[in-house]
Structure formats: C-alpha cells, structure tokens
Ligand binder design. Structure first.
Ligand code: ADP
Ligand code: MG
Length: 352
C-alpha cells in the first residue's frame, strides 16, 4: 500500500477532481438501504473540499443497466440522501461525460459538489473502452478512487481513467486496505475465519488461503453443504457443520455451540457469508447466533459481503464491529491474494 498515490500526497487547489465512489446501493420502495456505502466517501469529500478552489464530481455505477439509460438506475435518486450524509448541496448532472459536465463544473459554487449520472449508462465503462475513459477524464485534472468494492474490476471508471489523468487513493480506500492488510499480515492468534454464503466456487479460494494463515476456518451456509457433497479436500483446520436444521437450510444447534466456543477464544475474527438461508426464519438462527458471538468476543472483528453486511445493518449492529468492509467480491479477491487492477492503477509512476 506504500507505493500507491494517496490523496494526502496530492495538491488539489483549483483542481477539477473526479471521485469514483461506490453508490451501488439497494433502493427498496424509494428508500436507500446500505447507507454506509454513501457515508464511506465523506472523509475524502471533506478532505478535498478543504482545498481552495477544488471542484469535486462524484461518479458511480448503480445496478446493471448494461449501457442503457434506465430511470430505475438513475443516481438522481440518491441526491437527497447524499446531501444529508455529506452535509453539502449536490448538483446532479444527467450524464457523466461531455459538455453538460463541463458546464456544471464551470457553474459550481464553492461548497457544492457534483453528482454525475450512472456511469454504466454507457457500455464503455464495463468494457473498459479507452475512448470512453478519455471522455471521462477530459473534464477533469485528477482522479481519486474511493471505491474499494470495484477495485477488482478492470473498467473505465476504475482503471481506464487513471491511465489518462493522475490517480490517487481516497481515504476510504486506504482505510479498507489498512484493515484488510491487518487481518492477513501477521494477525494475532488464535485467528478465526468464518465463511458461509451461497457458492463454493467463490469462497473456496478464500478458505484455501485462510487454511495457510489462520488457526480455525469455520464453514457454514450452502458453501458447507456443497463442500460436503463434493467431498472437497480441506485441511483439518476447517470445521464443517456436523448437524443442521431442516434440509440443511441452516447449521444445527451443536455446530452453533462449537463455533461459538471457538469464536469466544479468538483474537481476530473475519466473517463473510451467512450460515444459512437467513432471509427465511427460522433459518436465520445460525447467522444470528454466530453474529452475537462475534460481537461479544474481545477480538478484532472484520465483516464483509453483501448479505453479511445486510444482516448487520438490519440488526443495527454496524458499530459493534471493528471494521465493516464495503467490498463483497473485491474483499474476497483481496483476501484471496489476487491482484486488484483498480489498486494497480494507482501505483506511483510517471504519468502523462
Ligand atoms: P455474502 O454476500 O455475504 O458474501 P453470499 O452472497 O455468498 O453472501 O450468500 C448469501 C446467500 O446465501 C443468502 O441469500 C442465503 O440465503 C444463502 N444461503 C446461505 N446458506 C444457505 C443454505 N444453507 N441454503 C440455502 N441458501 C443459503
Ligand atoms: Mg452476496
């Protein structure tokens, strides 16, 4: 992390700054869920705003519009919520490239920030089209990436734009790296990884990496069922459930007790993926009890993953965890030791 360019090292006076944020939140009946994702960029926005004349535009994707302009995926829906969270007036721009953005930047008053329309309304983003990247960059002097959750993607608004203008890591992105590095490099022992959720293909690399580094790997959820059915070869450090609720929709009582004992004795705990089909009670029991045990422990605790964080948020327990990662797929990739193109793009190097 030492060799990436950080916002603290840049000068943003009178600069036009494009900030990649992660506003890919669930919106249910017009209400924004996952507000912590909107909050994540606040420190970076405050930091940049404190530099005289800096003009900030926030850019993000929302959902999967696949290159089409679809109202249900418009970032305009987040304007009010973002104004409250960031404590600033936000000017929405109905596109993320072109003359409209240029005009809005010129007209921006001090204290205001721009919110650009969904970058995935253009196909060029996911295709990492170089012409599109150039268009994203042309209205700006510098790029700041504060969206850890997309750093595993080679996309225009993540990597492409950083080839055209100088790119810096935002404060949230740095916070993510610091905390994730902290649980993978020389954690305090006993260290326990709890892995659950839906698909073994996505979780197996993580289980295998933790087999090398951690004391215990507790596996639940459908991932465990699949490992059992496929007779996946795992180290003796991996503990699979030995009893279940109906149809293996949740881990069983004895397994919960065993997992809780291990959790209570751990110094570091990382958790990704629910222990059962938690959306359908009573199959939320395993997830609930494991989460309670994590919270009661004195360990350094780190949680990430779409559904895992959803459980935390629904129960109002976000501030009981040492660090909550905004990365689902990105966190899995980073913890599995894979190269992250979005972070590579911020490495210190001579740029145009
Ligand atoms: P995360 O987003 O936190 O990484 P995943 O996406 O891997 O988690 O998995 C979450 C999904 O896994 C949930 O929708 C949950 O219902 C499902 N799930 C977990 N365990 C089971 C199970 N035993 N049977 C059926 N579905 C399960
Ligand atoms: Mg998920």
């Amino acid at each position: 992390m030492d060799d990436i360019q950080k916002v603290q090292e840049g000068v943003f006076l009178n600069k036009k700054v494009l900030v990649r944020a992660d506003f890919n939140v669930a919106i249910v009946n017009g209400k924004v869920k996952e507000k912590f994702k909107l909050e994540a960029c606040k420190k970076t926005v405050d930091f940049l705003s404190a530099q005289d004349g800096a003009k900030i535009a926030l850019i993000s994707h929302l959902g999967r519009p696949e290159g089409k302009v679809l109202k249900e995926f418009s970032l305009e829906q987040l304007k009010g919520e973002l104004e409250t969270i960031l404590g600033r007036k936000i000017v929405f721009v109905a596109d993320c490239i072109g003359g409209e953005v240029k005009k809005a930047l010129a007209a921006l008053n001090s204290g205001e920030i721009l919110l650009l329309e969904n970058v995935r309304f253009h196909e060029g983003d996911e295709k990492n089209d170089s012409e599109f990247s150039a268009k994203l960059a042309e209205n700006f002097d510098v790029f700041v990436n504060d969206a850890f959750s997309v750093c595993h993607r080679n996309q225009a608004s993540v990597t492409g734009v950083a080839k055209c203008i100088n790119g810096f890591a935002g404060l949230w992105l740095q916070e993510e790296l610091k905390n994730l590095n902290c649980v993978i490099h020389e954690p305090e022992y006993p260290a326990t990884a709890i892995i659950g959720g839906a698909k073994i293909e996505t979780k197996l690399p993580l289980i295998q990496r933790f087999e090398k580094m951690y004391t215990n790997i507790l596996v639940g959820g459908r991932v465990a069922n699949e490992a059992i059915d496929q007779k996946t070869v795992l180290s003796p450090k991996v503990i699979l459930p030995f009893d279940f609720a109906d149809d293996r929709l949740d881990i069983g009582e004895k397994t919960i007790l065993r997992f809780k004992e291990i959790i209570a004795n751990s110094k570091v705990i990382i958790w990704n993926g629910p222990m059962g089909k938690f959306e359908q009670p009573p199959y939320d029991r395993g997830t609930r009890e494991i989460l309670d045990a994590i919270i009661e422990s004195d360990a350094f605790t780190l949680i990430g993953g779409g559904e895992s964080v959803q459980v935390l948020e629904e129960r109002g327990l976000m501030d009981k965890i040492s660090f909550v990662s905004t990365g689902g797929g990105a966190m899995l990739e980073y913890l599995s030791g894979n190269v992250m193109p979005g972070i590579e793009a911020l490495r210190v190097k001579e740029k145009k």
